[in-house]
Design a protein around this ligand. Structure first.
Ligand SMILES: *[C@@H]1O[C@H](CO)[C@@H](O)[C@H](O)[C@H]1NC(C)=O
Ligand SMILES: *[C@@H]1O[C@H](CO)[C@@H](O)[C@H](O)[C@H]1NC(C)=O
Ligand SMILES: *[C@@H]1O[C@H](CO)[C@@H](O)[C@H](O)[C@H]1NC(C)=O
Length: 843
């Protein structure tokens, strides 16, 4: 676009002076003529020079202003008020477990929150020090996750470590002007299989993040009993570390205490600081037991000031209270806000127990009221599992603040996006503890059933990150803590790149709910929310509709495919969300993608509905929606007669394989002196424009997003392919790519195992079950068939996700299509938690 503009300007620049040229008068003398002609030439040259200079600076200006567009915020008023997350406006949601990346920790919904958290280690385990802090798959915990969490006032988490279980609970209590109080209760129990009661060190910590101060108060024997502090958002506060007991009514237990008081240059360094401070010079000597040296944070060691690296960030206070105690134990930590003056009692002991019990009962009632699983006949264990799935998504809500690193084609180097806040759920607390655009739409389909306000606030946060072009970076890596978990090559976000606009799924639901109950108070708030969102939503839609347009009218194409075609069996399409799902073998501008076509059909339909509700012009969206859902046009663009399925189109050949690169070794020379031969792609037959003919999730999209009309004969083919065990059907859900596809379970490179090439993914299976439910209830020739497959597929998915959870302790990113085994990252209570909605049959 920029280059085109330049060319137009250049044309103008040259044309202009010619108009002013004065042609020499015919009757003058030759000499004069020559002089005049010379003058004219000089004038023309000067004119040209000036104009090219003007053009040059204009082009420079255009280029720099185009370069800035990527980091220019959308001009519409924000969807969220400036202080909407503050303690004053939203006290009940101020504190929360908004640090999904740690096993247990809390912070406030503010940019530079004081953070609190827990690390622990098992003493005398005879191995290396296994310090637990951030959720790591490498810790090999047997399981962990929130069992109950209401995203508002309390949570209960169970963590099964080697031979003991920690239960981490919190309860909040409102009061004062700074978000009120909270209490944690950590309960430790040995496993029944453990030969003796393990000794555990719990390390409770508090850290500021560049603002605020902390003071540790140390009693005798190294015991840090309280931390007082203050910060802008919290005012004054006091944190009290209770003594361990063997249970709520039991008296204090023997314990050893240690503390660390230091500073940090960033929250991502907390684990290392603690690790580096550990020593073995303390002795654990219970009254009736062996005296043994144990691992502890050491107050004598100076904070690692000497090795101050190139880090120039401001130092923040960091204090750690370590308590070492044998199981069973129970310890409480109490946070009290200074502005909460007339609290009736302290939230500890039996008061805490009572509050917890009240909330657990309320949670169970609300869960049953919304999802009705007990009533549907699910066993108590299955209900517990689904409560865990929902709770871990709620407990996975995070509040992040910082800047993305972005780049547009007009930037030579990446730029920093404006600072912004993001309140969002995360796909996986261990592996993906940050916001992902296309995951979030799925998350909100579940969360909107539980708490509409959470859904509105998260969507509003995401849309307040949109730029003037209508682009939202698809992976949100905000702040140092988040960045420390991401490989450098994935940090930069490119503004040509889309991601499926899944937010239209929860939006569709909000709109449908408005239609059924137009006058409720909830509807008023939803309307107000949509009103504020609308200008941004509209730009977002237009951004997709223009930047991802395809080669033919009403066709669409994902941008951002891998360009280095020789290095991949099939160049990936990360932007589509389905990474290595086979697309045209040779990426080109001739491609059209059926999944994106269907996303746009959904998007335009929801836009039309929202616009109509708000009294905005909706005809354009309606027209686009009509065209994109026209089954004839869809078939014309995407139906492959050869495959009898919907398909992408592009420059494609199936005759590709990965082969060892040929490395020429001159005769007589040792082989090992030459580079190792890589696998590269060999193309045996030249590509040509044709349907890609890969059968899998992408070919199901017109069905998944319910674009196909219930009487469409294509539906018969779709249902047949789905139910065919040689193609998509497995006892664990639909596999992502047909068993018969040439790329089924193929590596994309030596080091890139298959991802969307066979495994069962729950988000797509959720859409399939939802679509079967729809077609099973819609009059048509395939109604009964759809209804029958619905029952089977739903049962298969629920049973397998549940069975894997019981067997492995986790909900997984994907499931093996041959064995049903959970695989990939875990816990994955992002979209895999949609299993709850399939159990509840809420679509
Ligand atoms: C937000 O809070 C700050 C500090 O309390 C205040 O200065 C500002 O006016 C508030 N803004 C709005 C829009 O309420
Ligand atoms: C979407 O793009 C198409 C083709 O460029 C255009 O005809 C249509 O009007 C657009 N739809 C909307 C709602 O802007
Ligand atoms: C398809 O790709 C090949 C290899 O890059 C190229 O030579 C050919 O021109 C392309 N065909 C079309 C129609 O774009």
């Amino acid at each position: 676009m920029g280059r085109q503009r330049k060319r137009v300007l250049a044309g103008d620049g040259v044309a202009h002076p010619r108009k002013d040229e004065k042609l020499p008068a015919p009757h003058r003398k030759e000499k004069k003529k020559k002089a005049d002609l010379g003058k004219v030439f000089i004038n023309i040259s000067i004119g040209l020079c000036i104009l090219s200079l003007i053009w040059f600076f204009y082009a420079l200006y255009m280029r720099s202003s185009l370069a800035k567009r990527v980091i220019t915020p959308h001009p519409a008023p924000r969807a969220l008020d400036a202080n909407s997350s503050s303690a004053q406006v939203s006290p009940e949601r101020f504190w929360g477990s908004y640090r999904p990346q740690v096993y247990f920790g809390m912070k406030t919904r503010s940019p530079r929150s004081v953070v609190t958290g827990l690390m622990w280690l098992r003493q005398f385990s005879g191995m290396d020090v296994n310090l637990r802090h951030t959720c790591e798959q490498g810790d090999h915990l047997q399981s962990y996750g929130w069992q109950m969490h209401d995203a508002l006032s309390f949570g209960v988490q169970e963590i099964r470590d080697t031979d003991f279980t920690l239960t981490t609970e919190f309860v909040k209590r409102l009061g004062g002007e700074h978000g009120g109080d909270w209490t944690w209760r950590i309960t430790g129990k040995q496993h029944s299989s453990a030969p003796h009661a393990p000794v555990i060190s719990l390390m409770f910590y508090v850290a500021t993040d560049t603002q605020g101060t902390l003071q540790a108060h140390v009693e005798d024997k190294n015991r840090m009993s309280t931390v007082t502090g203050s910060s802008e958002e919290l005012g004054n506060f006091k944190i009290t570390f209770g003594k361990p007991t063997a249970g709520e009514t039991a008296s204090a237990k023997y314990a050893s205490y240690n503390f660390l008081q230091t500073v940090t240059q960033g929250l991502e360094k907390l684990t290392d600081i603690v690790k580096n401070s550990l020593s073995m010079r303390f002795v654990f000597s219970p009254p009736s037991g062996e005296k043994r040296p144990y691992v502890a944070v050491d107050t004598l060691k100076p904070p690692n000031h000497q090795q101050k690296p190139l880090d120039t960030r401001k130092e923040s206070d960091f204090v750690v209270h370590q308590v070492t105690v044998q199981t069973p134990f129970q310890i409480e930590v109490l946070f009290e806000s200074g502005s909460f003056r007339d609290r009736p009692n302290q939230l500890v002991g039996s008061v805490m127990t009572e509050e917890l019990e009240k909330r657990k009962v309320a949670f169970d009632q609300k869960f049953e009221k919304i999802f009705g699983l007990h009533q549907k006949g699910f066993s108590p264990a299955q209900v517990k599992f689904s409560k865990g799935a929902l709770s871990n998504m709620l407990g996975g809500l995070g509040y992040f603040y910082g800047q993305s690193v972005v780049q547009s084609p007009f930037n030579e180097y990446p730029l920093l996006y404006p600072e912004g806040a993001l309140f969002t759920a995360v796909p996986s607390r261990s592996f993906f503890p940050r916001g992902f655009l296309w995951d979030e739409g799925f998350h909100q389909v579940l969360l909107s059933k539980w708490d509409t306000q959470v859904t509105q606030e998260t969507i509003a946060h995401w849309f307040d990150l949109i730029n003037i072009e209508g682009w939202i970076p698809r992976e949100q890596i905000l702040g140092d803590e988040a960045r420390s978990k991401v490989p450098a090559e994935f940090v930069i976000q490119h503004n040509e790149n889309a991601n499926p606009p899944t937010f239209f799924l929860p939006l569709q639901e909000l709109v449908e709910r408005l239609d059924t109950q137009p006058d409720s108070r909830l509807s008023q708030s939803t309307l107000a929310f949509l009103q504020r969102l609308y200008p941004r939503l509209q730009t977002w839609f237009e951004w997709y509709n223009t930047t991802q347009a395809g080669p033919l009218p009403n066709s669409y194409r994902w941008r951002g495919r891998d360009k280095d075609t020789n290095l991949f069996l099939n160049p990936k399409t990360l932007t589509s969300g389905l990474d290595d799902y086979p697309r045209a073998s040779h990426p080109s501008a001739d491609e059209r993608h059926v999944d994106l076509h269907c996303w746009m059909a959904l998007a335009s339909g929801v836009m039309a509905n929202v616009a109509r509700l708000l009294g905005e012009p909706h005809e354009g969206f309606e027209r686009t929606h009509r065209i994109l859902s026209n089954n004839d046009l869809l078939s014309e663009l995407h139906w492959s007669e050869q495959l009898h399925a919907f398909s992408d189109y592009g420059n494609h050949t199936q005759a590709v394989s990965l082969q060892q690169e040929k490395v020429y070794v001159p005769p007589g020379q040792p082989r090992n002196q030459f580079p190792v031969a890589r696998l590269v792609r060999a193309v045996r037959r030249a590509p040509k424009l044709q349907y890609v003919n890969a059968l899998g999730y992408v070919s199901l999209f017109p069905f998944l997003l319910r674009i196909l009309t219930p009487d469409s004969p294509r539906l018969e083919h779709v249902l047949r392919d789905m139910r065919d065990p040689d193609r998509l059907w497995t006892p664990y859900g639909l596999r992502s790519l047909s068993h018969a596809d040439p790329l089924y379970m193929k590596h994309n490179t030596e080091h890139d195992p298959p991802y969307w090439r066979g495994a069962v993914w729950i988000n797509m299976n959720y859409l399939a079950v939802r679509a079967l439910h729809y077609y099973g209830n819609a009059e048509g020739p395939y109604q009964e068939r759809a209804a029958a497959i619905y029952q089977e597929l739903r049962t298969n998915i629920i049973n397998n996700v549940y069975r894997q959870y019981v067997d492995t302790g986790y909900i997984w990113e994907q499931y093996n299509d041959g064995t049903g085994r959970g695989q990939g990252s875990h816990p994955f209570t992002g979209w895999s938690a949609l299993t709850v909605l399939m159990m509840a049959e809420q679509y």
